[in-house]
Design a protein around this ligand. Structure first.
Ligand code: CU1
Length: 206
């Protein structure tokens, strides 16, 4: 029982490793949905993309209308394709896939008349797999009770502090207390009146 579990675990790990290695290689469709076409700034298409050894380029175009020829930097700049010796590689199937085998710059042009001069050219810089930082692992969250993020604080910074708990409630306002001086005055006058009454009573008694 335990051994079959181990076999299943190993198979799962192997599958994950295979998927990860497959996912790490990218097939770049040159020009995206527009494909490899004339009057299209293929050099601009490559901007911001990271081409890694092991990736593939796919040139899609109507067969016979264009070509894909790999040349050196100088011939790329001048669109020189007259000399076959300058060609490092040539494709014309309309669905040309090439694997990026080593790091370094690669230059491609179309050899149809004036196409290269009108911008049908592509330069890429291929980097080693080791030079590319792996993407951060996805953050997985589980909806476990108690695992919810803490609620925001009751008051935000800068807001006035909350009133004391239980005050004020609507409709329960207490009547204002009498002025303290009036209460004291009432007490004093009451005491004076009582004393006066006692003195009068004592005088009448004699
Ligand atoms: Cu072309």
């Amino acid at each position: 029982m335990a051994s079959s579990k181990h076999v299943l675990l190993l198979a799962a790990v192997a599958a994950v490793v295979c998927l990860a290695s497959l996912a790490s290689a990218t097939q770049w469709v040159v020009g995206d949905e527009c494909g490899w076409r004339a009057k299209f700034n293929q050099t601009g298409w490559a901007d911001g993309k990271t081409f890694v050894v092991g990736d593939t380029l796919l040139f899609k175009y109507p067969k016979g209308k264009h070509t894909v020829v790999q040349v050196g930097e100088e011939d790329f700049a001048t669109c020189n394709h007259d000399d076959d010796d300058n060609q490092l590689g040539a494709w014309c199937s309309g669905h040309d896939v090439m694997r990026l085998e080593k790091p370094g710059k690669m230059w491609f042009i179309c050899t149809k008349r004036n196409h290269c001069l009108k911008g049908m050219k592509l330069a890429i810089d291929v980097v080693d797999d080791d030079d590319v930082a792996p993407p951060p692992p996805p953050v997985i969250t589980f909806p476990f009770p108690g695992a919810a993020p803490p609620p925001p604080p009751f008051s935000w910074p800068g807001s006035p502090p909350p009133p004391p708990f239980g005050w004020p409630f609507p409709g329960t306002a207490l009547p204002p207390p009498p002025p303290k001086s009036a209460a004291v005055r009432n007490l004093v006058s009451g005491a004076v009146a009582t004393a006066a009454a006692a003195v009068v009573a004592a005088a009448l008694a004699f």
